[in-house]
Design a protein around this ligand. Structure first.
Ligand SMILES: [Cu+2]
Length: 88
């Protein structure tokens, strides 16, 4: 019985994790900031592709996002950055 309960809990945790991952899908971009222009931040990813991200008050910024900084960003399909954090 205990094992069954443990299994249920594990299954629920796994399921909620999967749901969260799916819900926050968008795009994750990690790379180097090549340009900061007003509220637009350009990030060049590891494959050399440039992503233009729009930032505003709702963007969670952590660290000093500036040219040359290595960052990890979360963006929506429309190119709006929901979070940008500087990697250490
Ligand atoms: Cu935006």
């Amino acid at each position: 019985m205990k094992k069954f309960v443990m299994f249920l809990v594990a299954a629920m945790v796994a399921f909620s994790f999967a749901t969260t991952t799916f819900a926050s899908e968008g795009h994750k971009v990690s790379g180097e900031v090549t340009k900061v222009e007003g509220d637009m931040v350009t990030v060049k990813d590891d494959k050399g592709k440039e992503h233009k991200l729009h930032t505003d008050k709702t963007t969670k910024m952590s660290g000093d996002v500036k040219q040359g900084a290595k960052v990890e960003a979360e963006m929506t399909e429309k190119g709006h950055a929901t979070a940008i954090s500087v990697k250490k």
